[in-house]
Design a protein around this ligand. Structure first.
Ligand SMILES: Cc1cc2nc3c(=O)[nH]c(=O)nc-3n(C[C@H](O)[C@H](O)[C@H](O)COP(=O)(O)OP(=O)(O)OC[C@H]3O[C@@H](n4cnc5c(N)ncnc54)[C@H](O)[C@@H]3O)c2cc1C
Length: 285
């Protein structure tokens, strides 16, 4: 049995923001509901009211704009899988969407819901971090872009104020010569909470050396994060087996996994090293 709650159904973004300005934090946004409705079963997480974002066309759509790929916060995982812009300019995100939950959940689950929920194992976060994404937070008084790297601050904690909605996510269109790779480790092939979710993006210079690298990990620390020490190890270097192995070792060193029912901390640390080495090798080829 679900607890009772009031449901608001604003028709436009200004209406939704006005409602939040007046009533937050007593009104909680509801997108696909795949986290919120699970939380509602737990009496400790029942908000006085929910606000359904389903009618807000301002949260939908994917486009290329001013050198960025911009997607509405209400974009579902299924839409990511189908859209040609994501296939072309966000293949790591597409690959993450392909192994996210199951088709029914993918049809409802949104990118904003995944990022605002801020689980350490939020699977859209590593690919978006690897793409260098920012999130747009909008309230009745204005809008701000925040690097995704700063947005998630801890387990289920973000920089979002209760009166703000996550309206959009954007990342710079990757350079033509950049390549990415993504992998998810779970205890089964579908519907698995990640034991590790990892993404890399690499860019080469004309001599074939590493011009830029982004390496991002999920499910092995209180929040998804980028491994700057490993990225710095690669910059300006040829993609040798030694450089890649050293970057992978630094990634494992940066991980802060815990023991839980899905795996021990030491197992997770080991798969970070193996997985990052494989992903870098794949992207460098
Ligand atoms: C069976 C099952 C399998 C799952 N598998 C995975 C998986 O493989 N990987 C994974 O990462 N997650 C998984 N999840 C978790 C969940 O599906 C995702 O986190 C999903 O992306 C949440 O999106 P939603 O639209 O359903 O969010 P909701 O449940 O509607 O909302 C989640 C949170 O975000 C807030 N919110 C939503 N939209 C906005 C917005 N625009 N602005 C501000 N706040 C907002 C809500 O208030 C709430 O706090 C799974 C869940 C289930 C039930």
């Amino acid at each position: 049995m679900l607890a009772e709650f009031d449901l608001w159904r604003p028709q436009t973004l200004p209406e939704a923001l006005a409602l939040l300005a007046d009533k937050a934090p007593d009104v909680k946004p509801l997108a696909g509901g795949t986290n919120v409705l699970v939380d509602l079963r737990d009496a400790a997480h029942v908000p006085p009211a929910l606000m359904d974002l389903g009618k807000l066309h301002e949260l939908r759509g994917l486009e290329r704009q001013d050198g960025h790929i911009v997607i509405g916060g209400g974009t579902t995982l299924s839409e990511l899988l189908m859209h040609p812009l994501i296939a072309e300019h966000g293949s790591v995100l597409r690959d993450a969407a392909a192994v996210f939950a199951n088709p029914l959940v993918r049809n409802r689950a949104t990118v904003a819901g995944n990022l605002v929920d801020a689980s350490p194992a939020a699977d859209t976060a590593p690919p978006l971090l690897a793409l260098g994404a920012e999130v747009q937070l909008t309230s009745r008084t204005g809008s701000r872009w925040v690097p995704l790297e700063d947005f998630m601050v801890g387990v289920r904690k973000t920089l979002r104020r209760p009166d703000e909605l996550l309206v959009a996510v954007r990342w710079p269109v990757p350079a033509a010569e950049s390549k990415g790779a993504y992998s998810k480790f779970g205890l089964r092939r579908a519907d698995a909470i990640s034991v590790l979710s990892a993404a890399v993006m690499l860019e080469r210079d004309e001599a074939g050396r590493c011009q830029a690298a982004r390496i991002a990990l999920g499910a092995v620390a209180p929040r998804p994060f980028r491994v700057h020490a490993a990225e710095d190890r690669l910059k300006g270097q040829a993609f040798s087996a030694e450089a890649i192995a050293e970057a992978a070792r630094l990634a494992a060193e940066a991980a802060r996994p815990i023991d839980d029912i899905r795996g021990s901390a030491s197992y997770r640390q080991r798969i970070v090293e193996v997985s990052v080495r494989r992903l870098l090798t794949q992207a460098a080829q």
